[in-house]
Design a protein around this ligand. Structure first.
Ligand code: AMP
Length: 226
């Protein structure tokens, strides 16, 4: 789009990170969703991978934490939940790039490996948790951290959370955070099924629905047969 990041209400440190990443102009989802989220309104976005949704929620989350004067709490202030470890790793990678000039600490949490390393990390006064639901709950139940100070909640690929059977875990976590209107909530999903919409209304604060139509639903380079 013609919208430049420099025209949005983003801190200079974030603009520097964007500049280093080579991002100057907003993609359609960024153009539509960022101005809303930067004003602390919840966003439920229908957007697929490849649209720039990750930078959308990361920038809004970072800006909210920058504006926050409660920087000294010892527990996470933002949580980003993804259905798969691959997605969590990718989000973490993008987060490190875009937050290069900020002083934020992340814990990347997912199942299958590095149990102790991740446990130590989440105990170490981090600002943002990025991860998959199962292990986040495991650490939560061990009281390695709490969710009392969560100001930003992101649910990525919400439809896949249902497909993979994580929805009870998601609800468990959401019920342990401050109430929806005390947080900035962002949900992204490739499809806005009835279940996803219901989840959005139940756990978000009157979200603005933003829909980006994909040009093609399936990747052009893949031949499919059934
Ligand atoms: P995502 O949909 O979040 O997986 O992003 C798709 C790809 O687009 C990633 O490789 C991003 O690094 C890149 N990207 C996101 N936003 C922009 C932007 N505004 N300008 C250029 N590239 C971007």
């Amino acid at each position: 789009t013609q919208t430049r990041f420099s025209n949005l209400e983003l801190s200079d440190h974030l603009l520097q990170g964007l500049h280093d990443a080579g991002f100057e102009q907003c993609s359609p989802i960024q153009d539509r969703a960022l101005p809303i989220a930067l004003r602390d309104r919840d966003v439920a976005g229908q957007a697929q991978t490849g649209t720039g949704k990750t930078a959308t929620f990361l920038l809004a989350a970072f800006q909210r934490l920058i504006n926050d004067d409660n920087e000294k709490v010892n527990n996470p202030r933002a949580i980003i939940i993804a259905p798969t470890r691959e997605l969590a790793i990718q989000i973490h990678k993008d987060a490190l790039t875009l937050s290069k000039y900020l002083n934020l600490k992340f814990a990347l949490i997912y199942g299958g490996t590095d149990y102790k390393v991740q446990l130590e990390k989440i105990k170490s006064n981090i600002d943002i948790v990025i991860g998959t639901p199962g292990r986040i709950i495991d650490f939560y139940k061990q009281k390695a951290f709490n969710l009392d100070n969560i100001q930003v909640m992101v649910l990525d690929e919400a439809d896949r959370m249902f497909d993979l059977g994580f929805i009870k875990d998601i609800r468990f976590l959401l019920h342990r955070m401050p109430e929806p209107k005390k947080r900035l909530n962002m949900l992204f999903s490739a499809t806005m099924s009835y279940k996803v919409t219901e989840l959005a209304y139940e756990h978000m604060n009157n979200p603005v629905m933003v829909r980006i139509e994909p040009d093609e639903v399936a990747a052009k380079s893949i031949t499919q047969s059934a």
